[in-house]
Write a protein that binds this ligand. Structure first.
Ligand code: C5P
Length: 242
């Protein structure tokens, strides 16, 4: 059965393997999935995946490199990712069906692919500025759903989306299509000047249908990160009981 910690994805948004290892040791009992993003991957290299597994054999790893390139390049990069032993990897939904299908082919069934729909830090004004059609800028959910459909049709396991869209994504793409949600802020910690434009609490996101929550700074920057993670698990446990 899915445990509260399985909902929790902690992004290792640090620049060295040593710092990452410190967080993995500290949080391995409260976090189900550790996310390796561009900062850590560029600084520590692919061996970081093995380093994390050495500390926690149980931890699942989410390689968040947000690929977006020509189909052949994405295919070859994804083959490399698949050989690393990670559970999840991201690709921008972008514009190309062929690129998404190339990612699925490269993953060879070894990695669950998640499509990046619209970054949760992106607001209406940003989409207007980028020249998107008014039907999308005035209704960001419409754009997210469009991108989720593209990913689903290509054979992706799910998408990254805000908690506001999770329910509708399930309705459109099916109940087993994963909704992975960043931009989560526990009620007790909404930082000032936060760059996440579409934020939500863990409880609300799960009620809305999110399968996994990416929660970084509220844990990473807490005085006691393990305590912060456990407090979030408590909030998740409460909502699962209802
Ligand atoms: O909780 P916090 O805002 O610190 O989480 C930031 C993490 O969420 C980063 O690793 C970032 O890459 C990731 N993320 C995001 N928005 C997305 C997808 C991932 O902020 N749409």
């Amino acid at each position: 059965m899915k445990q509260p910690k399985d909902y929790l994805i902690f992004p290792l948004d640090v620049s060295t393997a040593k710092e990452a290892g410190r967080y993995v040791s500290l949080l391995r009992d409260s976090v189900g999935v550790f996310k390796v993003g561009l900062e850590l991957f560029i600084n520590a290299g692919p061996s970081i995946v093995h380093e994390i597994h050495k500390i926690s054999t149980e931890a699942r790893i989410f390689l968040d490199l947000k690929l977006h390139d020509i189909p052949e390049t994405v295919y070859r990069a994804m083959q490399g990712i698949a050989s690393l032993g990670v559970t999840y990897a991201t690709v921008h939904c972008g514009e190309s069906k062929k690129m998404l299908e190339a990612a699925v082919k490269g993953a060879g069934g070894k990695v669950h692919l998640l499509g990046v729909t619209v970054l949760t830090s992106v607001a209406k004004e940003d989409l207007r500025w980028a020249g998107y059609d008014a039907s999308f800028t005035e209704d960001v959910t419409r754009l997210v759903l469009k991108k989720a459909e593209m990913a689903g049709k290509a054979g992706f396991a799910g998408v990254i989306c805000s908690g506001h869209e999770a329910g509708q994504i399930k309705n459109t793409c099916g109940a087993s299509f994963l909704a992975v949600t960043p931009g989560i802020r526990p009620i007790w910690d909404v930082p000032k000047g936060d760059d996440q434009a579409r934020v939500m609490t863990p409880a609300r996101a799960i009620q809305n249908g999110s399968d996994h929550l990416v929660i970084g700074r509220p844990i990473r920057d807490a005085k006691d990160p393990d305590r912060a993670a456990r407090q979030i698990l408590g909030e998740i446990e409460e909502v699962l009981k209802k």
